[in-house]
Ligand binder design. Structure first.
Ligand SMILES: [Zn+2]
Length: 335
């Protein structure tokens, strides 16, 4: 049987990954399923809203997936799988996950988790009929777990956005519409902590890319500047040939998006119709100069490496590892 191809969107939250994933989900042959890292908790256990508007257990797509994968969600114990996941899918386990031969006890747990995930992704492919599954889980450790799933062909897309924009976004208060039983808000992170996390998190993806060939690095700003070219390049990286008309949903005023069956993620996953595609650069005027200076100073080395200018634009010249390859906006390999 053909391996199940998974296009994995990795990176720090609020980097534009939700709208990018939804755009990819509009491509024929691509199925965007949201952040599957949270399927066992927010989906199977807590019954949050799917992107289609149904609660998880009332959604026909996920009901079918559960039946195909396990004989129904009643036939698996999501709490047990979630507990198993916590014992393998942690950033601190990355060194073990990346070893060719992990320690035997850890390898046992990892193998058990990988078997469950193998059945899950296989069922998603069968139910959706799509050769490419787009998983926007973002976490680096979950990507490292997926690498160990037999029969899964993982393509990594590491997405990043200007650190000042990301920090400003994490400092804001945003409601979570998928929780209907109470008022819940997305997590907020103080500016200096976020700046440290931005560098560390993106750096971990650079490390993962050293072990995993087949993927690319993308600046969100580049996607906004030329969505069609970016989607064409991602599609090629995912091994999928585009046909005329595949990009008709990209309009001058934004992206025309249809409902989809996504588990968890940014509130933007519920938007339908034409959604504007823009770089949210409110940080330029709304962020306090001191905060801006802190984030810039703390993330400068990585920002320059990825081709960002510290003044807020693109680097026009200069060397550095991220400038090699295809003009600084992305590095691609394994194609
Ligand atoms: Zn659904």
């Amino acid at each position: 049987m053909d391996p199940v191809r998974v296009l994995y969107i990795g990176g720090l939250g609020r980097s534009g990954s939700t709208i990018l994933s939804r755009a990819l989900g509009e491509l024929p042959g691509f199925c965007h399923v949201g952040e599957l890292v949270f399927l066992w908790t927010r989906g199977a256990m807590e019954n949050h809203l799917c992107g289609c508007g149904n609660r998880f257990h009332a959604c026909p797509f996920w009901t079918d997936v559960g039946k195909r994968a396990f004989g129904g969600w009643d036939a698996v114990d999501p709490e047990r799988v979630a507990a198993l996941q916590r014992r393998v899918d942690r950033t601190r386990y990355l060194p073990r996950l990346l070893r060719r031969r992990p320690p035997p006890e850890f390898a046992g747990r990892l193998g058990e988790m990988a078997d469950v995930l193998g059945q899950l992704y296989q069922a998603i492919r069968e139910v959706s009929g799509c050769p490419v599954i787009v998983d926007s889980s973002k976490h680096v450790s979950y990507a490292a777990v997926l690498r160990r799933v037999p029969g899964l062909d993982l393509r990594l897309l590491h997405v990043m956005r200007d650190s000042r924009g990301v920090a400003h976004s994490w400092a804001k208060k945003v409601k979570r519409p998928e929780i209907v039983t109470e008022d819940a808000y997305m997590a907020r992170i103080p500016i200096p902590k976020l700046a440290a996390r931005w560098s560390a998190y993106n750096g971990l993806f650079d490390v993962l890319r050293l072990f995993h060939r087949g993927g690319m690095t993308l600046r969100y700003e580049r996607f906004v500047a030329d969505p069609e070219d970016t989607l064409r390049r991602i599609s090629a990286m995912a091994g999928h040939e585009m046909r005329p008309g595949d990009l008709d949903f990209v309009e001058a005023s934004g992206l025309r998006l249809s409902p989809e069956h996504s588990v968890s993620g940014n509130p933007m996953r519920f938007s339908e119709g034409t959604v504007p595609l823009r770089v949210d650069d409110a940080w330029r005027s709304a962020m306090r100069p001191r905060d801006k200076a802190v984030v810039t100073a703390m993330t400068a080395p990585a920002m320059l490496r990825y081709g960002y200018g510290l003044g807020g634009g693109e680097r026009r010249s200069g060397g550095g590892p991220a400038q090699s390859g295809s003009g600084g906006e992305s590095r691609t390999d394994g194609q």
